[in-house]
Write a protein that binds this ligand. Sequence first.
Ligand code: FES
Length: 218
Amino acid sequence: MTNEPTSPSSGPNAVGKTTAKVPLEPNSALAGKTTTAAATRKRSVKAVAADSSPLMNRRGWMGLAWASFAAATGGCLAATGRFMFPNVLNEPPQQFSIGFPNEYGDGVDERWKDRFAVWIVRTPFDVVHESAGFYALLTTCTHLGCTPNWLSAESKFKCPCHGSGFRPTGINFEGPAPRPLERAGILLGEDGQIVVDKSRKFQWELGQWSDPASFLRV
Ligand code: FES
């Protein structure tokens, strides 16, 4: 009976397992090398010293350059995405119903000014059409495009930007506005409601206010 040392892989559980050969001689490549804790500390100090070397600084700059490149590329992609999917503008419709004629009294009605940018005017007598009826005035000043205010006490539209004034008919009479306010198309819908059609515009100076589409007789 021999007392040979047994490795962990030589027992009954080692069936089919590969047995690694443990070199019995010291590795010649490691000859003369120290593996003590002091040597490990020495290597750490060398590594720290290497971190602050010019080589490490170059790596830092390279990293910064790559980060900048990635940020610029991302910005370009984001801009391209915005171009491909532009913001949707929710413009108010050009044609809309504004209720029944009997819901309006004579004079300027401002209920659709903010939403549709029109004043609805009911007149007992229109000089152009020689009839009672409705017309729709666009709320855009013909000087530089500001929105005038309706001053009921003075019975006029007054632009706050440069002082242009307009009669309830839309005719300009003071300030720099070169021409009257424009009128929009107006008609009676099938359901009996008034319909304003802003896709059609009528200019007084072009003789367009006499167009039947610019006035709703009642
Ligand atoms: S924009 Fe109305 S007066 Fe100038």
